[in-house]
Design a protein around this ligand. Structure first.
Ligand SMILES: *Cc1c(COP(=O)(O)O)cnc(C)c1O
Length: 399
């Protein structure tokens, strides 16, 4: 049987069974649903996109996968070239992996080994944010601050090598003055903390982080697994403030196949480059650079570029602000909107009980968690569809 994610299997309600998907819609036997979650924020162009589906079919006729150990191929070369050219500055060196969590592991490993390669053994600590989420693997959990993982603390005791701070410049400055000699990196979800509760913060925090990282030689990692490809209204937050290492996942393949990439700048790459074999990056996921994933990712990026997606996202934000204006209710703590993300934070999880079924009956798939009702829609949905999603969210508080 299937063991489902994040679920108490004993009390889990039967999941909706999807039999088809097209554009922004998921189909069950008896309902047509707008996917307001974009399958965990990844399906930015919608389902069954002809260009993306064709890219996979065409590649499958050649080969679906060959390993990158000792072999290479055109789809991975083209995607790496495209990313290097498309991403800001010298974020040029692409290390592929099969999921966002693994790509975060790779980034953290890079940051630590970067200093070990220079025989700097003191820099064992990572600075990260409270409410951070960076994935479900062990080191990613550790730099994260998800309450679901606090059993790790119970098992192992306080973390020694991770310092968590809130998104306040004063806390940032204090952490740097205290720990700068021991930090190898600072990792953040820039501007928008996703799974930690759709928390939004100002770019000035990132600008100050960049300055302090430069001042003290600490590497700055942006985990844009969720924020990349337009979700915040910026193409990448890295277009505003440039990190040393950038992590992309989720929407990388337009939501077609799991794939991710850790992209280093020249300085980081150089820290591994040389004649000594032990300075190499010792990592190599079996399915890294998968040919189907790379082919579809390349096409997904082309669609993003050619379709003027930043205007689509700006429009989504504008309509969302218009529709959500004035929404208030004793149960609502705050409504937050940024780019293609809207979150209604309530005062207690109980007030969202039953919302998923309520939305289902009104033609919207939603998956609230804890105190957060949110939508991260596919960018291709039209105004009526977006209004439908937002109306369902508002109606829940009016019944
Ligand atoms: C989803 C997510 C991850 C993990 O990606 P997976 O592909 O699920 O392993 C990491 N970081 C952020 C910010 C995410 O939103």
């Amino acid at each position: 049987m299937i063991w489902y994610p994040y679920q108490q299997m004993k009390t889990m309600k039967t999941p909706y069974k999807i039999i088809d998907a097209q554009g922004v819609f998921l189909y069950t036997e008896d309902q047509k649903l707008i996917d307001s979650v974009s399958s965990w924020w990844s399906v930015i162009h919608g389902y069954k996109h002809p260009v993306l589906t064709e890219a996979i079919k065409a590649q499958a006729d050649h080969f679906s996968h060959v390993m990158l150990g000792g072999l290479t191929h055109e789809p991975v070369q083209k995607l790496a070239d495209k990313l290097a050219q498309w991403l800001p500055g010298d974020l040029d060196y692409c290390f592929f992996s099969d999921s966002g969590s693994v790509a975060v592991e790779v980034a953290l490993k890079m940051a630590l080994q970067y200093y070990v390669n220079q025989k700097d053994w003191k820099r064992t600590k990572v600075l990260s944010l409270t409410h951070a989420y960076h994935g479900d693997t062990f080191k990613a959990m550790e730099v994260g601050d998800d309450e679901d993982y606090h059993f790790i603390l119970e098992a192992y005791g306080e973390k020694k090598d991770v310092i968590h701070i809130p998104t306040q410049i004063s806390a940032l400055e204090e952490a740097f003055s205290r720990y700068h000699e021991e930090l190898n990196c600072m990792i953040v979800e820039p501007l928008l903390q996703g799974a930690g509760g759709m928390r939004m913060y100002d770019v000035s925090f990132l600008q100050r982080a960049r300055q302090l990282c430069d001042e003290y030689g600490v590497l700055l990692i942006f985990d844009e697994v969720a924020t990349g490809f337009g979700r915040t209204g910026n193409r990448f937050v890295s277009d505003l403030v440039q990190p040393d290492i950038l992590v992309l996942g989720k929407a990388l393949t337009g939501g077609y196949i799991g794939h991710a990439v850790t992209i280093a700048n020249h300085r980081v790459y150089n820290g591994f480059y040389g004649d000594e074999p032990d300075k190499a990056l010792m990592h190599g996921p079996t399915f890294m650079g998968n040919a189907l994933a790379c082919s579809v990712a390349l096409k997904s990026i082309e669609l993003f570029e050619q379709g003027d997606y930043l205007s689509k996202i700006a429009r989504i934000e504008e309509i969302t602000k218009r529709e959500m204006a004035g929404l208030s209710h004793p149960q609502i703590r705050e409504v937050r909107i940024m780019g293609g993300c809207v979150c209604v934070e309530v005062r207690g999880a109980a007030s969202l009980q039953g919302f998923q079924q309520f939305a289902y009956e009104r033609g919207v798939f939603s998956r609230p968690f804890l105190n957060y009702m949110y939508a991260m829609v596919p960018y291709v949905l039209n105004e009526d569809e977006l209004v439908q999603v937002l109306t369902v969210m508002k109606e829940w508080f009016r019944q």
